[in-house]
Ligand binder design. Structure first.
Ligand code: SF4
Length: 237
């Protein structure tokens, strides 16, 4: 039996259509919510620590943990290193999984001090692929956390995939055949210009949309993407 393949002309059409849809979605979300000003951090180290703390945590609880760390350590490398592990866990208690996260923060800080003289600028000077490999080698840094650090900390263009992004893109009929992180990331990276400012805003807008309209149980009435969405509950009843 001859294997079925997609003719090149159809692949080009699919790509054009994904690109058009992704740009239209971005424009509609931006019009709806405006600029999101991500990542909300005063320093690159605060951003990195926040990216670890936000794993399985609501941002409001991360903010409480960050406030505790700032008050106690100024959120400096030296300050964090000087904290006993139990004290670090106590300070980040509001973010949940505090013992696990304390180990992850410690692992990152020790690694940064050892490998990059505690200098985030040195780390962020690596090119995107190398930086991603380096970050993924650190205990507790998975793909979403690594990509958040690359985009929002190092200001390099990479698309962050999280649960909100997966949910919205799937409902909009743009999910890739494979459900992997890389496949979802490819939907954006293969179809959009690699523009750091746009990737920053786009991801933040998707998070906002996932919290307001496209929740686990979607609120389709009034959704700005309703005309593009095959899962629109207003039309699928
Ligand atoms: S129409 Fe409904 S399912 Fe589609 S993006 Fe909007 S809220 Fe989500």
């Amino acid at each position: 039996m001859t294997p079925r393949t997609t003719p090149p002309s159809q692949r080009d059409d699919d790509r054009r259509s994904a690109k058009t849809s992704l740009l239209a979605i971005y424009q509609l979300l931006y019009k709806q919510y405006g600029p999101q000003h991500w990542w909300p951090a005063e320093t690159p180290l605060e951003m990195v620590v926040g990216a670890i703390l936000t794993q399985s945590a609501a941002w409001i609880n991360v903010e409480k943990a960050i406030r505790n760390l700032k008050a106690s350590t100024d959120l400096s490398i030296e300050g964090l290193q000087s904290l006993p592990q139990g004290e670090l866990a106590r300070l980040i208690h509001p973010s949940g999984y505090y013992n696990v996260k304390a180990r992850k923060i410690r692992a990152f800080i020790d690694w940064l001090a050892e490998e990059y003289d505690g200098d985030l600028d040195k780390l962020f000077a690596l090119d995107t692929a190398e930086l991603r490999n380096e970050l993924l080698s650190v205990h507790g840094v998975g793909e979403e956390t690594a990509d958040s650090i690359i985009l929002y900390g190092a200001h390099q263009p990479i698309f962050v995939i999280d649960a909100y992004t997966r949910r919205i893109i799937t409902r909009l009929g743009l999910a890739p055949c494979e459900g992997t992180y890389a496949a979802y990331q490819g939907v954006f990276m293969d179809n959009l210009p690699h523009d750091e400012a746009m990737f920053n805003e786009y991801h933040a807008l998707l998070v906002q949309h996932g919290k307001t309209f496209c929740r686990k149980k979607p609120v389709c009435a009034g959704c700005c993407l309703d005309n593009l969405c095959p899962s629109n509950e207003q039309t699928s009843r």
